[in-house]
Write a protein that binds this ligand. Structure first.
Ligand code: MF3
Ligand code: CO
Length: 250
């Protein structure tokens, strides 16, 4: 396996796809509320992308049937959108990938529905901070272990766990490229990051234990112990000027 290094031109292509994903999350952040269903969110996301000349790259990927993954509460990822209204206090992770002119950009975000508890707020803020800590390490000369270590330390210091069953990935013309980005690690170990790598940083953090199981639909992954999970994901370019977040919207 080899890393597909991107030129500035390639990164511009991914960034254009990333801007659509970012704008879509921004729109969702204002729209997700009690009573909204994940099916409605899925339709909104698909329409949003199509209206901007992009396609939802998850739909049809390895047979995945929807534009988004919608993972509620104890679902860690790859949940199917459905017709159940979101309720006050729930959390939902919306994961989406846009394809624009062949370039892919990937971002997931966990939204709280109305008011949640202090412990849920903490789970969300630590999960986001763990992603941001990982992104800071995405500079040439660092290694994948530096990203994993930063993420894991942030999560575990707060008393949370990192799910190891799912990983980040290179991204570009394909949604999943080499290398795998793992969220545990030893500083200075793993492959070296190079100028032109584009990767996703997308740790999943759980309030309870990190063991997961896949449901009967073959996709939906949930925690074994029923503890809730949060995930924040950005698509990031590794450059000499530092990490560039290609899906930023906040
Ligand atoms: N966006 C997901 C990722 O981060 C992909 C989910 S699998 C799919 O890799 F089938 F839903 F696309
Ligand atoms: Co991803």
């Amino acid at each position: 396996m080899a890393v597909d290094l991107k030129t500035k031109e390639h990164i511009r292509g991914i960034r254009k796809a990333g801007r659509i994903v970012a704008a879509c999350h921004k729109a969702l952040s204002k729209r997700i509320a009690p009573g909204v269903t994940t099916q409605e969110i899925d339709r909104f996301v698909e329409r949003f992308m199509l209206d901007r000349g992009a396609t939802p790259a998850q739909k049809g990927y390895k047979g995945y049937p929807f534009a988004t993954c919608a993972s509620v509460n104890e679902v860690v990822c790859h949940g199917f959108p459905d017709s159940v209204p979101l309720e006050t206090g729930d959390i939902v992770t919306i994961d989406m990938v846009a394809d624009l002119d062949g370039w892919k950009a990937d971002s997931a975000w966990t939204y709280a529905i109305g008011r949640t508890t202090a412990s849920t707020e903490k789970l969300l803020s630590i999960a986001k901070q763990a992603m941001l800590d990982g992104i800071k390490q995405a500079v040439p000369g660092n290694r994948l272990g530096d990203i994993g270590f930063a993420v894991q330390s942030r999560a575990e210091r707060a008393g949370f766990q990192v799910v190891t069953a799912f990983v980040g990935h290179g991204i570009g013309r394909s949604m999943h490229e080499y290398p795998e980005v793992v969220y545990r690690g030893i500083p200075g170990q793993g492959i070296e990051l190079e100028e032109g790598m584009v990767i996703t940083i997308e740790p999943i953090i759980t309030a309870g234990r990190a063991e997961v199981y896949i449901g009967p639909d073959g996709w939906t992954a949930s925690t074994r112990d029923g503890g809730w999970a949060a995930q924040f994901e950005h698509t990031v370019a590794v450059t000499k000027e530092g990490p560039i977040v290609l899906t930023r919207w906040e």
